[in-house]
Design a protein around this ligand. Sequence first.
Ligand code: M6R
Length: 611
Amino acid sequence: MCGIVGYIGKRNATPIIVEGLKRLEYRGYDSAGLAINKDGKLHIYKAVGKITDLERSLPEPNVTFSNIGIGHTRWATHGKPNKTNAHPHTGQYGKIALVHNGIIENYKQLRQKLTTEGHQFNTETDTEVLAHLVEYFIEKEQDFTSGVQKALKLVEGTFGIAVIHTDYPENIVAARKGSPLILGIGNEEFFITSDVAAIIIHTKKVIYLKDGEVVNLNHEKFEITTLDNEAVKAKISEVDWDVSSIEKGDYEHFMLKEIYEQVTSVENAFRGRLMNKLSTARLGGLNITGNELRKVKKIQIIGCGTSWHAALIGKNMIESLARIPVEVEYASEYRYRNPIIPEDTLVFVISQSGETADTLAALREAQARGAKVLGITNVVGSTIARESDGGVYIHAGAEIGVASTKAFTSQVTVLCLLALILGRMKHLSAQYGIKFLKEIKRIPQKIEKVLNLNEEIERIAATIKDSKNALYLGRGMHYPVALEGALKLKEISYIHAEGYPAAEMKHGPIALIDEKMPVVAIALKDAIYDKIISNLQEVKARNGHIIAIATEGDENIKDLAEHVIYIPETMDIFQPLLSVVPLQLLAYHVAHLRGFNVDQPRNLAKSVTVE
Ligand code: M6R
């Protein structure tokens, strides 16, 4: 949730770190700081607010010139977002600066122990305790790496850390457990970061550190060990993200850019995966044989937030195409229940970032119970991608906007393919497969058609921007789309919004409807069209302000809705890929018109790596 950037090499570390932190600002944006090692002394700079506030507070470049430094952008967990609590933190003797992502669960006990040794603390944060502990052991061991190893062995919780020390002015030591950390390999320079977005303008060669690994770097070489000091031979990977994917280009916000990118990101999710001859699809990384798949009697899909909504759509698709029962679970609930995983159950975890703490814990829980767990992720090399027994990348490219958009449609696309594969293995006809493959190829251009409605949607957004509440209705597969539309609106515009199965409305929420309540209804021409029309009549009778997402050519809906957003006709299974787009644009424009920072909504972080 926070971001780490470290640099060691021949260039000036400060601007590289500041630039990297700006690229990670989507991960945490309440305060930031950096530390450099210069002339045997640590220089630490911190600021509350944005990275630009930190940048403004820095002295002249010659003062901050150093070849080694670490920086951090924070999303507060322990302690208020203020300058004192911002990272880097120092130890008792002022020799180290440490930045940390994660949570140290036993920090109170560690703090107590250190206090009895005479340590004094300036903050209530877990990170300051970690800094004291690490510094204490480096002093005791008289060695940078083994001091860090010894200290971390006492720690319970999660961490990605980077440390500099005045006695070791040419080294950075970094380590991880449960929080991502990546080593970037440049030409006589190295980077350490929690997210490749911070460093891909410098290098695409990376090593994804594994849990319990410690790396010691100087500008010439690096050495990776375990916490028990065993040498690790790590694999160097090549990041396939383009630099343009982490830049806004001509767009005002990443969210808008990413909404527009869906024309290509959806295509990337199915490209190379369609098997025309067999009228099915192929998902190479699943690491499961056809026979094993055929034996699957039940599927569980686990995720959080938007990924959970994609999973609900997946359930609908898989059940209708393959007739395999699917349970969708919130990862945060699953991990603390006593989940039942019957034999022949296949578990999927779905996560854009691949780092969501609850989803990762659910994955481990399911694996511990003997289940085969497959991951559907976007970020290559992420912890979930690595720990799953197989999986699929959605290939959406970097998603920077905190409100997930293109990852959602890419997840749904992959789930469509999965439903087709499973269906074709059972009783789905080749004719259906042919129709499916033909139509999925048309989806990108149909999304483009929906995006052309942007201005019209902006005008509609202006009519609801001052609302206090909003209701999103849908039935069947459109219900999770309604949930997703409501989530988009609430997370960036701070308008209370609820998604509801349309027919359930009369069992309660109907009491809320009056002339001030916008009701966004997904009322597409499908088998249950007439049902949702009846639900909308109930809304209209109570003066609700209806905005309908309807199928092109549906003139009747105009009698009910004040505003109609028409989307192209498609097969039922692909409708969510089109219907969600106007909802994303609606939320974007409402938030923008209300004057909010669309890409960095308050209190939210892009990837939730704490419980
Ligand atoms: O990276 P993940 O897909 O695991 O993230 C799950 C949720 O935290 C995420 O979808 C969140 O709900 C977004 N802010 C939604 O826009």
